[in-house]
Structure formats: structure tokens, C-alpha cells
Design a protein around this ligand. Structure first.
Ligand code: HSE
Length: 440
């Protein structure tokens, strides 16, 4: 075979990155692969939109069939986004004997198990390095670099937009809306920014990474998800006063065959390496039983980093086409017939440390009422500060706890929030520190 043919469907920010990487690095790619990767078609519904790059008009088409029916195309890159139409394109490509590369984490989170089965039936591969953590080779690390390990835990900052917003709220004291607008202008955000700020995009990525780590099918519906829209700048500030940084953290853990998967705002010690991950950078910390602790760090979003990840999949698949070893590495790292849906630990059963911000009247006995209820629920206080002054109608009381069980915390806070001295709903943020994991 003298070249590998590639067709791109969906010419947006990431598509532009792919075209640019293929163009800029054509020599290096050909030297690594032995033959060139040839981009034969770029398909999009709308070819007139403003784009960051120009493309030879002879490659452009609005017709999917030009890509899907071309026998010269070995690999189809799906970058349309969305669910239904994108799934249809991938299935049609696989059924017509083409391999697929996609960055569509939402689709994989919802339909990945089905799509991987379709790929197996057709003896074709689906590459999705760009779907999780942008330019960071996380999928490759889990599938290949760490293949000799049992993975115990993953902690990740997996959404560039949310991390950018929290960084700007912390460092430049921007409002949530102003920081979101900046992230959108920089091209990090999803078409629907709710996916970024409600934690759903992070949950899509965590579900995929957890499946690859623990040998389960993708179980997105089981991920407990909380976003950053209810974060008050006050909590960012008080967190800092206690020596913590606020991050939207994705956590997956395999404890004795039960799996914990959760995404939520999390306070982490400010000296910790994950706390220094700023802006649109992503980072993933993995604990394997043989390797110990490793960290991967890099750009989690943006045109060129995500383009880099897509092109790495093209090269991997092209190598397997040239070597006639399709699906040499199983999509989800484990052989499809060995995937086991392990039981999920409900959020009520998790145990972690907590930050509470109570709003209460400033009068004698208030703190003892609150701490009494916490004590009755086996929640032990690690530190407490009261902000504000007696003249104010309501003052914030900020408290950090030792490790406690989530269901006890929920029961205690429901009771505390009913006290007549408590003036509004208590803010709760989970904490990861030395007490919860020796990595912190
Ligand atoms: N919207 C995503 C992010 C893009 O902000 O990380 C990369 O998946």
C-alpha cells in the first residue's frame, strides 16, 4: 500500500487542527509510518463559515457519501459532534469496512459499548484518543503503557473550560460569567457550555477512562455529577484561607470490586501538584499497583492539541492496516468478552472530608447546636472559622471535617438547615487531602 487515505467529516476547531497537523508534520508522519497519510475529503454541512485555516477547494464537499463511499478512504474521522447523526456516520463507516477515529466523548459515553461491538463485528478499529483530556495521551497510557497494572485510582482535571473558569475566578477574581465568556472566546468550550460547567463533559470522559482502567463496559449513567455553577466566589476565597484550591475533579476508584465514579468541585491542598494545573490544562493522576503514582499533564482542549491526539490515532490505525493486524489493541483495553460490569458504590456510601459554609445568626449557642448535630451523626470537626460581625443579620461559619460518610453528612445538614438560627442552605464542598488518599 503506497498511502493511507483519510476522510474528515465535521470541519470545526478540532477538524482544522487535524488538517493543520497533517499538513505541518507530513514529513515526520511519513517517516514514522513509512507511507503518507493522505487527506482525501473534508466534509461539512456548511463550507462558508469562518475557519482558522484554508483548505484546497478540491477536497471540500457537503456530501457524506463522498467520504463514506470512496474506496480510497481507509479511515473516517468523525468530528461532527452530537449523538444521532454522528452514530449513524460511524456505523455506516464501520459497516462499509472503514476504520473510525472520533473525538466524540458524549457519543462514546452514551453509545460506546454498542459502537465497539459494531467495530468488532466488522473487524475494524475505533480510535478515540482525542475524546479524553485533549492532547494528553491518556487512552494510550491506559491501554498500553499501564497494561501490566491493576489500576486502583484516577484523579483528573478533565475539562479545560471549567478549569479555566475556576483559575480565572481564583486569580483574577472574575465573575463566573466573565470567565466563561473568555473560555468560549478561546475555543475551549463545548457548543453547549452547560456540558462543561455542569460537569457532564468531565463525566463523559471519566466514564470512558474508568472503563479502560477497570475492565468494565462504559457506565456513564452511574457517574455522580455536580458542576461548578453553584460555586460562590466566597468559597474559592475561604478555601484558599484554609490552604486549599478549588478544582472540578473527576475521581474513579476500584475498592474491593466496587467502583466509585464521581465528578464534583473539590478542594485540594494548594501545595499539591494538581492544584498547580491552571487554565485550559488538564492533568490525570493514576495509581497502579505496580507502577505506583503517575501524572499526565498537558492541554486538554484547543485546536492543535486535540488535532495531535486525532492524528496519533490515525497513525496507530494506519500501522495496523499496513501490518494487517486490525484491532490489535482492544478498544477498551480489555478483550471485549472479558469486560465485567462491576457494582457501583453509590455516592451516599463514599467517605471523604468536607468543607461546610453555614449561614447563621451570630448569637450564643449557635455553634454548639451545629456541632451537636454533627457529633450525633459521627462527623468530627477538623477546624472552624467564623467570618463577619455580630451586627450583620447572618454570618458565614466555615468548617472543615475529618473523613465522614456522605449519607451521615446529608442527614446532619438536612437537620442543621432546619434550625431557626440557620438563615440559608449550607454550602458543601468535598475535600481530598492526606486523610483521604496518601497521594495528597
Ligand atoms: N470542552 C472541552 C473542554 C473540550 O473544555 O475541556 C475538550 O474536550
Amino acid at each position: 500500500m503506497r498511502s493511507i487515505g483519510v476522510g474528515l467529516i465535521g470541519w470545526g476547531t478540532v477538524g482544522s487542527g487535524v488538517i493543520e497537523v497533517l499538513r505541518e508534520n507530513a514529513d515526520a508522519i511519513e517517516s514514522r509510518l513509512g507511507v503518507p497519510l493522505r487527506l482525501l475529503h473534508v466534509a461539512d454541512r456548511d463550507l462558508d463559515r469562518d475557519r482558522p485555516i484554508r483548505v484546497d477547494a478540491s477536497l471540500l464537499t457537503t456530501r457524506l457519501e463522498d467520504v463514506l463511499d470512496d474506496p480510497q478512504v481507509h479511515i473516517v474521522i468523525e468530528l461532527m459532534g452530537g449523538l444521532g447523526a454522528a452514530k449513524d456516520v460511524i456505523v455506516r463507516a464501520l459497516d462499509s469496512g472503514k476504520h473510525v477515529v472520533t473525538a466524540n466523548k458524549a457519543l462514546l459515553a452514551h453509545e460506546g459499548n454498542d459502537l465497539f461491538q459494531t467495530a468488532v463485528r466488522n473487524d475494524r478499529a475505533i480510535g478515540f484518543e482525542a475524546a479524553v483530556a485533549g492532547g494528553i495521551p491518556l487512552i494510550k497510557s491506559l491501554r498500553e503503557g499501564l497494561a501490566g497494572n491493576r489500576i486502583k485510582t484516577i484523579f483528573g482535571i478533565l475539562n479545560g473550560t471549567a478549569n479555566y473558569i475556576l483559575t480565572r475566578m481564583t486569580e483574577a477574581k472574575l465573575s463566573f460569567q466573565a470567565a466563561l465568556k473568555e473560555a468560549q472566546d478561546l475555543g475551549y468550550a463545548e457548543a453547549d457550555p452547560a456540558l462543561d460547567v455542569e460537569g457532564i463533559d468531565t463525566a463523559h470522559k471519566l466514564a470512558i477512562a474508568a472503563a479502560l482502567s477497570f475492565g468494565t463496559p462504559i457506565q456513564f449513567e452511574q457517574v455522580y455529577t455536580e458542576g461548578i455553577t453553584r460555586i460562590d466566589p466566597l468559597d474559592v476565597r475561604y478555601g484558599e484561607e484554609f490552604g486549599y484550591q478549588l478544582k472540578l475533579l473527576a475521581i474513579a476508584r476500584n475498592t474491593d470490586g466496587r467502583i466509585e465514579m464521581r465528578v464534583h468541585p473539590t478542594l485540594i491542598p494548594h501545595h499539591h501538584v494538581l492544584a498547580s494545573v491552571k487554565g485550559a490544562y488538564n492533568a490525570v493522576h493514576i495509581q497502579g499497583n505496580a507502577v505506583g503514582n503517575i501524572m499526565l499533564y498537558g492541554m486538554g482542549a484547543g485546536m492543535m492539541p486535540t488535532g495531535s491526539a486525532v492524528v496519533s490515532d490515525l497513525i496507530d490505525i494506519a500501522r495496523d492496516i499496513l501490518g494487517n493486524t486490525p484491532r490489535r489493541i482492544p478498544s477498551l483495553a480489555f478483550q471485549p468478552d472479558r469486560l465485567k460490569p462491576l457494582p457501583i458504590k453509590p455516592i451516599e456510601d463514599i467517605s471523604t472530608c468536607y468543607y461546610f459554609r453555614f449561614s447563621a445568626v451570630d448569637s450564643p449557642g449557635v455553634l454548639s447546636k451545629i456541632s451537636g448535630i454533627l457529633g450525633e451523626n459521627r462527623i468530627s470537626i477538623a477546624s472552624v472559622i467564623q467570618k463577619g460581625r455580630q451586627e450583620e443579620a447572618s454570618v458565614p461559619i466555615v468548617m472543615l471535617t475529618h473523613e465522614a460518610v456522605e449519607s451521615h453528612v446529608r442527614r446532619a445538614l438536612a437537620e442543621i438547615d432546619r434550625l431557626d438560627v440557620v438563615t440559608s442552605r449550607t454550602q458543601v464542598i468535598r475535600i481530598e487531602n492526606q486523610e483521604t488518599n496518601d497521594f495528597f
